[in-house]
Write a protein that binds this ligand. Structure first.
Ligand SMILES: [Zn+2]
Length: 194
């Protein structure tokens, strides 16, 4: 991401909405926004990379987010809740108060629960719609650890919908594996995240 270009474009927007670019409070806004965008949109310049336990301490290249996957004999339900923010691709408006619950019933492989935070935040760090965010997270986990089942529930507020008079609150969910055909597995997960 060329931060200087971003600054230029932000200056142009500020000018068009009628701001005074020399005003004290605005002066450094283009630089601040460019810095903010770097954090908000890092997924375009980074990649998740699966590593096994033996590789876990090897140095990774810049732009790689390592996710260590290890063998496990656990087969109970594991749940992680992750807070996130994102940006809607239709209006470039903020998606706030994001809460993502991930439930996993592992088969042979598992990842550290704190790595789930990295995965959720990574997929949120670009322009998104909530439905795709939900499926990107569940597909990544499902494809990489091939669990017995995985379920993802996301709740978030969409600023663009609030501006249009809606309450802006959306919930999305997806399930894979045993959660598809075992309603009791879904029920257990749902009772635990309430
Ligand atoms: Zn929107």
């Amino acid at each position: 991401m060329n931060t200087q270009k971003i600054e230029e474009y932000i200056r142009g927007i500020l000018q068009e909405i009628g701001e005074d670019l020399e005003r004290e409070g605005i002066k450094y806004t283009p630089q601040r926004v460019a810095r903010l965008y770097k954090n908000l949109f890092y997924r375009y310049s980074k990649k998740l990379q699966v590593m096994n336990e033996a590789e876990r301490n090897t140095k990774v290249e810049e732009g790689i987010i390592p996710i260590t996957i290890f063998n496990t004999e656990k087969d109970g339900l594991l749940i992680r809740k992750v807070h996130f923010i994102s940006t809607c691709e239709h209006h470039l408006a903020s998606i706030t108060n994001g809460e993502c619950w991930v439930g996993i019933i592992p088969k042979n492989k598992l990842l550290g629960m704190n790595k789930i935070d990295k995965i959720v935040k990574y997929f949120a760090a670009g322009l998104q719609i909530q439905e795709r965010l939900t499926s990107e997270i569940i597909d990544w986990i499902n494809n990489n650890i091939e669990p017995k089942g995985v379920i993802v529930v996301i709740k978030a507020n969409h600023m663009c919908a609030e501006l249009q008079g809606d309450n802006g609150h959306f919930t999305t969910s997806e399930v894979r594996g045993v959660f598809l055909d075992k309603p009791e597995a879904r029920a257990e997960f749902l009772s635990l995240i309430r």
